[in-house]
Design a protein around this ligand. Structure first.
Ligand SMILES: [Zn+2]
Length: 273
């Protein structure tokens, strides 16, 4: 991904910014202090498993704070100018992380940390669009009682983590689009945009955040969707048009075939630029 963003084609479009790690106060807008303490303590003792597929290594806590810091800085950069855009190129991902529980490779919910930071900077209403192939159960759980944030997710279903049924509506602010694998790619493209349009009916966000997962591309080992990298460009352009003039920030989530990750990020960044 980083190599792709440094190619001669993209390099003139990209300004690189190294962000500081997210501080405790910023993380505690989303996560419980005792949970953050436990992650720090586990990392300091050499690390260990937190669930069947989420292992905290000795430097994972450092990485998680860094990734959240990148999402926060991306918000600040995009909000600093009209129609500003930014991409948070960071791992570990975040959308499965709950207030006090790590799961699905996620420790800190970067996109919700970003949403709360945007609100602290004066953006009252935040739209989060999640096109990772998995449902962002953590994101949904963290925002479903708060009508100032709307969450739209397209995801394979039934699939990990098991949540994301269409009936899960929060306080009317959750818009789930569960779909089986193997549909024609334009179905996925259109169905996500239709759900975004439903979320935007009579409601205008001040900031758009994208949970940009690239495991929804055809060929990813962890998903069965049929999307092509150019569909990422379509989504990005369509979403930008729908929130014209508002900041747009994409935060990296999943994507487990590195060539597809690079191709998808290339389309995303070109469309953001
Ligand atoms: Zn995923």
């Amino acid at each position: 991904m980083l190599e792709a963003l440094r190619t001669p084609e993209l390099a003139p479009l990209v300004a690189w910014i190294e962000a500081a790690p997210a501080g405790r106060e910023i993380l505690e807008r989303v996560h419980r202090g005792a949970y953050l303490d436990a992650l720090a303590a586990l990392a300091a003792s050499g690390g260990g498993p937190l669930d069947a597929d989420t292992y905290l290594g000795p430097r994972s806590w450092e990485a998680a704070q860094a990734a959240a810091g990148v999402a926060v800085r991306a918000v600040e950069e995009a909000m600093a100018r009209k129609g500003g855009t930014a991409f948070a190129a960071a791992r570990p991902p975040g959308h499965h992380a709950l207030a006090a529980r790590a799961m699905g490779f996620c420790f800190v919910n970067n996109v919700v940390v970003a949403a709360r930071h945007a609100q602290a900077q004066g953006a009252a209403r935040v739209l989060i669009v999640d096109w990772d192939v998995h449902h962002g159960n953590g994101t949904q759980a963290l925002v479903e009682a708060d009508s100032s944030i709307r969450y739209v997710s397209l995801h394979q279903y039934p699939w990990y983590p098991g949540t994301g049924a269409a009936e899960e509506r929060g306080v009317g602010n959750v818009f789930n689009v569960p779909r089986p694998p193997g549909l024609p790619r334009l179905r996925y493209v259109r169905d996500l945009l239709d759900a975004v349009d439903a979320a935007l009916a009579g409601w205008a966000p001040d900031v758009l955040l994208v949970s940009a997962g690239f495991d929804s591309l055809a060929g990813d080992p962890l998903g069965g969707f049929t999307l092509q990298p150019e569909d990422v460009a379509t989504w990005t352009a369509e979403l930008r048009a729908r929130v014209a003039g508002r900041p747009v920030i994409a935060v990296l989530e999943g994507g487990y075939r590195l060539d597809l990750l690079a191709a998808g990020v290339t389309e995303l960044v070109r469309a953001l630029a």
